[in-house]
Ligand binder design. Structure first.
Ligand SMILES: [Zn+2]
Length: 120
């Protein structure tokens, strides 16, 4: 775009965060070359090169990023069983709440939920 702080006409590589097919750590992959599935250190080791400081730093940062992502990942939500959903329907059924609109809506949502919770 004209006037964009000198970027006009320059080739800008778009990177995406991918997981290395060999070491399973994250790495910045050139999105224009989707066939490159390994991080640079793994690619170099596969070709018999000795890793330099920049490669070891990349591996260190990838491990740090992977560890941070694992620690920040949300815990899986506990699964609702069909029996639990049936109990909730019984408790909030409109018949037990003077046919209130809220109870009717909640029961409808629970009935939808029960239809997708198959026998768990
Ligand atoms: Zn790798």
């Amino acid at each position: 775009m004209p006037g964009d702080a000198g970027w006009t006409g320059r080739s800008v590589i778009n990177y995406t965060l991918e997981i290395c097919a060999q070491c399973r750590l994250p790495f910045a992959a050139d999105s224009t070359k989707p066939w490159l599935r390994k991080c640079t250190p793994c690619w170099k080791l596969g070709k018999g090169y000795v890793l330099g400081k920049a490669d070891r730093d990349q591996q260190f940062l990838a491990r740090q990023l992977d560890d941070m992502a694992r620690r920040c990942a949300p815990a899986p939500a506990p699964a609702l069983s069909r029996d639990v959903v049936t109990t909730l329907i019984t408790l909030c059924h409109p018949d037990k709440h003077q046919n209130s609109a809220v109870a009717t809506r909640a029961t409808a949502m629970l009935l939808d939920l029960r239809s997708v919770v198959n026998g768990r």
